[in-house]
Write a protein that binds this ligand. Structure first.
Ligand code: ATP
Length: 347
């Protein structure tokens, strides 16, 4: 059992604030993903939970006990990093066994534990190989097995897939998801890849410049982004965003007019590529095609509206030439509205 509480946790170095006022309870067995661009404070947050970095404000609690002053080795957490940090002179078996030796676990149990952990990551046939004789994906699985073998209460994973190629990333991602379910441990996972976040997480924390922007399930974050930053960070392609002015129930820019249910004033309007549709006649957006991408299951059309590129997903059979005019309908109910100045969601 491991419930982790972060109570107004902060980290500063001199006057620079790396993490500001992080306040969240992570439930026992939850898979929590910290997501955000480079430098937003994800790794620092995780290192504070691991005890590798002191907190400068607030408290970290594990199962109700403050652990601020506990050494990393006393926190019962296992970390997996993007660099696998395997011992080159040890074979796979010895690498996986290493944490058991260090922690003085009864040697008579080692063999069974190592074999069980290596079976979970399908490394049974590679136990005698040295790290240099393994592929990147296999090395990452050794690192995973080495974390599993300790049977910790908490897994901390910092971009564990970032050194793998695209195909391996997908299969290892699935394996991590399956493992975390099977082992039923609390997992905190750091990534800047929104697809990893969406596919793995029970809840996602989106961060920007040390500040939490939104906490929610992948669906909540996708369907109701709290602000324009989250809206533009989640989804592929990102949400279309246009700056304009609402007056009399109509959102206007130089180039578009879309009926909305919002008070008058400057506003940013957003909609997702898959929510708009090609119009039969005149739609709310009309422009020449800028690019056309065949995705296999759909065709992505982009047009330029003022300075912004706007993407709309069309049927896979849609074909047209670059420069041909198209028209989209953007009904009120698919629109997301944000305050122009703060970027905060309205409604
Ligand atoms: P990335 O995805 O690039 O790893 P991140 O979101 O994990 O980024 P952090 O490593 O947590 O970001 O860093 C957050 C901020 O704190 C960055 O601006 C970084 O430069 C700064 N920072 C990290 N460590 C220190 C340090 N020891 N002294 C001063 N500033 C630091």
């Amino acid at each position: 059992m491991a419930e982790i509480q972060l109570r107004n946790v902060g980290k500063r170095w001199g006057s620079f604030v790396g993490v500001h006022n992080f306040d969240l309870t992570i439930a026992d067995r939850e898979f929590l993903v910290l997501l955000g661009p480079s430098g937003c404070g994800k790794t620092t947050t995780m290192r504070m939970i691991a005890g590798l970095e002191d907190v400068t404000e607030g408290d970290i609690l594990v199962d109700g006990k403050v652990v601020n002053d506990l050494e990393p080795k006393d926190r019962d957490v296992a970390m997996v990093f993007q660099s696998y940090a395997l011992y080159p002179n040890m074979n796979v078996y010895e690498n996986i066994r290493f944490p058991l030796k260090v922690r003085g676990i009864d040697p008579s149990t080692h063999d069974e534990k190592v074999r069980r952990a290596s079976a979970m990551v399908e490394l049974d046939d590679f136990l005698h190989r040295k790290p240099a004789e393994l592929s990147g994906g296999q090395r990452q699985r050794v690192a995973l097995a080495r974390a599993i073998v300790r049977e910790p209460n908490v897994f901390l994973m910092d971009e564990p897939l970032s050194n793998l190629d695209a195909k391996l990333r997908v299969s290892t991602r699935a394996q991590i998801k399956n493992l975390s379910h099977e082992l039923a441990v609390t997992t905190i996972y750091v990534t800047h890849d929104q697809i990893e976040a969406m596919t793995l997480a029970d809840r996602v924390v989106v961060m920007k410049q040390g500040v939490v922007q939104q906490v929610g399930s992948p669906t909540e974050i996708y369907d109701r982004p709290a602000n324009t930053f989250v809206a533009s960070f989640i989804g592929s392609p990102a949400m279309n965003l246009m700056d304009g002015e609402v007056s009399g129930g109509v959102f206007r820019t130089k180039h578009v007019e879309i009926p909305v249910d919002a008070p008058d004033g400057p506003m940013t309007l957003g909609f997702r590529a898959e929510d708009a549709s090609l119009a039969e006649g005149d739609g709310e957006i009309s422009a020449p095609i800028y690019t056309l991408e065949l995705l296999g299951d759909a065709t992505m059309i982009s047009v330029r509206v003022g300075g912004a590129l706007v993407s709309v997903k069309a049927d896979k059979s849609f074909r047209a030439e670059i420069g041909e005019p198209v028209s989209f309908s953007v009904p009120t109910e698919i629109c997301h509205l944000f305050e122009a100045e703060s970027g905060a969601r309205i409604g």
